[in-house]
Design a protein around this ligand. Structure first.
Ligand code: IVH
Length: 513
């Protein structure tokens, strides 16, 4: 990367040091951009770390350079202000909540009363998942996307038009739409994309997002739209604001119209003819929750007939014609029985909580991630206090957060319940897999095994990555087989190259049992 990296900084003149420093700064910024935003690293971890170390060494030796150093350290940080404001043509409202089945019958009864309809006269409702993301209003004029705004306080939102344009689910141009059409819906992040984003950030000491909703919000609200582009955001359309002409006579038909115009609409939306059918759809969606691949936090019921929606109107902040039937929270408390260290592909040592099994949102959880040693100590990747600075010890009562199939995490600890014999965890400085030194470089969130491929854990994880769908996509060579073949004295797949030495063998051997 930089030729003079071997020269002692103290032997350089200030001018020489500045030249090298600024060059490193440019190269590191490009590497950060490639890694965090483009998902396409241009440097190996080792080369990146060496460059960063040299950069810091120069800044230490020449304090005059430190003022110029700040620019690099803030790259990738979320931006939370600085957007223009947009006044919504129609207010963006929230929804009233139902927590029990009886709240749903009350909601339907109150609507019948308001409309003066006898209970015997059937009233149709749509039932659809309540997406756990952030709402966005998209304004189209003559079919062209001209403005995108967050909800803000409901009356005024932030102008995130350029960011919204980077989201593949959001059409830029519509054919056959009303001349003025405000489409509203939810921006969200799928579980796989969330996990990949956090894994990348975890390895490079970037921000770890607490859940997909925070990740989606942090990604949409970036002043640099190119950062948003590199974050895999998605969008479901479920509502509208100002319209120059009605979309349809029913909610169902309006949603079909939005789908025909090119928006993603939720496939689990159903029309229900009674409270019994509404609750049945709620249960059906709840059962599918863990496998949907994105977070939902309830089911939204809406009166299907638009003329009736109009008659029902709004209370101060919520419509009378819709309600959110919320799922019970996916949080649970349990005892932390132990902490294991897993060694990943890049040598990062990851602490994993072994838990007394507990049901969280309908799934039994006995392991959860503790991210890294700072997280366990009550600090985030920037050294800021999280959880009120509470550290996590073996024996503690811990709160588990699980969302869909995202790896469960330890979110909180109850100090009032900390037993006297709770054990502080000492992070190992030797790799538990190969005994090599495990070193934490300055600025790195992870402590890493220095064993490279002599470390069996790193070697196996590297081969797993090599065969994975994202890399060489070698079918039938799964985790189980790779672990077996690594140990097998005859097959001995110890590096990706070894896979190609198996060419003469019967391919059938590799098929999953
Ligand atoms: S309808 C006038 N449908 O939930 C009502 N909202 O708690 C317009 N949300 O602000 C909203 N999924 O951000 C509606 N299928 C869905 C939704 C949904 C998620 C959000 C939306 C709203 C919040 C209210």
């Amino acid at each position: 990367m930089q030729q003079s990296q071997t020269q002692n900084p103290n032997d350089l003149s200030l001018d020489q040091a500045r030249a090298e420093f600024l060059s490193l700064q440019t190269q590191l910024a490009a590497a950060d951009q490639a890694y965090h935003q483009d998902d396409a690293p241009v440097l190996s971890d080792a080369a990146y770390d060496a460059a960063k170390q040299r950069y810091r060494a120069l800044a230490d030796a020449f304090p005059a350079l430190q003022d110029e150093a700040t620019q690099l350290e803030v790259i990738g940080a979320p931006v939370t202000s600085g957007f223009g404001k947009i006044q919504h043509a129609h207010r963006m409202l929230s929804l009233g909540n139902a927590f029990q089945d009886s709240d749903v019958s009350d909601f339907v009864r109150s609507i019948c009363t308001y409309l003066g309809r006898p209970k015997s006269e059937p009233l149709a409702f749509t039932a659809e998942p309540k997406i756990d993301g952030l709402s966005l209003s998209l304004r189209y004029e003559k079919g062209r996307l001209i403005q995108a705004a967050t909800r803000g306080d409901g009356s005024t939102g932030e102008n995130v038009t350029e960011n919204a344009r980077t989201i593949a689910d959001i059409p830029q141009q519509l054919v056959g739409a009303p001349a003025v059409l405000e489409v509203r819906g939810e921006v969200y992040m799928a579980h796989v994309d969330f996990a990949a984003l956090n894994a990348r950030h975890g390895e490079r000491g970037g921000k770890i997002f607490a859940n997909p909703r925070n990740a989606a919000a942090g990604s949409l609200r970036q002043l640099d739209a190119e950062i948003t582009r590199a974050r895999p955001l998605r969008f479901f359309a479920y509502s509208w604001g100002e319209l120059s002409e009605p979309l349809a006579e029913t909610q169902t038909a309006a949603i079909h119209r939005l789908k025909d115009l090119g928006f993603q609409t939720n496939p689990l939306t159903r029309l229900c003819a009674s409270v019994t059918e509404m609750i049945a759809q709620y249960r059906m969606i709840e059962e599918q929750r863990a496998t949907l691949g994105y977070d939902i936090d309830g089911v939204v019921y809406k009166v299907d007939d638009m003329a009736l929606q109009e008659r029902l109107g709004f209370r101060s902040t919520t419509p009378r014609w819709a309600i959110a039937h919320k799922f019970p929270a996916e949080l649970a408390w349990t005892r932390l029985e132990g902490i294991d260290i897993q060694v990943g592909r890049t040598g990062a040592l990851s602490p994993v909580a072994r838990l007394a099994p507990v049901t969280v949102g309908g799934v039994v959880v006995s392991n959860a991630t503790l991210h890294n040693e700072d997280y366990m100590a009550g600090l985030d990747s920037k050294g800021q206090v999280i959880r009120g600075g509470k550290d996590i010890r073996i024996g503690d009562w811990v709160q588990i957060y699980r969302a869909g199939d995202v790896i469960p995490k330890v979110a909180d600890v109850d100090l009032a319940k900390r037993p006297e014999d709770a054990v502080e965890f000492v992070f190992p400085d030797l790799c538990p897999e190969c005994g090599s030194a495990a070193v934490r470089e300055e600025g790195d969130a992870a402590r890493r095994c220095t064993g490279g491929v002599i470390c069996p854990a790193q070697a196996i994880e590297k081969i797993k990555h090599f065969v994975s769908r994202k890399a060489f996509d070698i079918e039938g060579l799964g985790a189980k087989q790779l672990e077996m073949f690594y140990e097998d004295p005859d097959l001995a797949i110890r590096t990706p190259v070894d896979i190609y030495r198996l060419a003469e063998r019967d391919a059938g051997q590799f098929c999953e049992a």
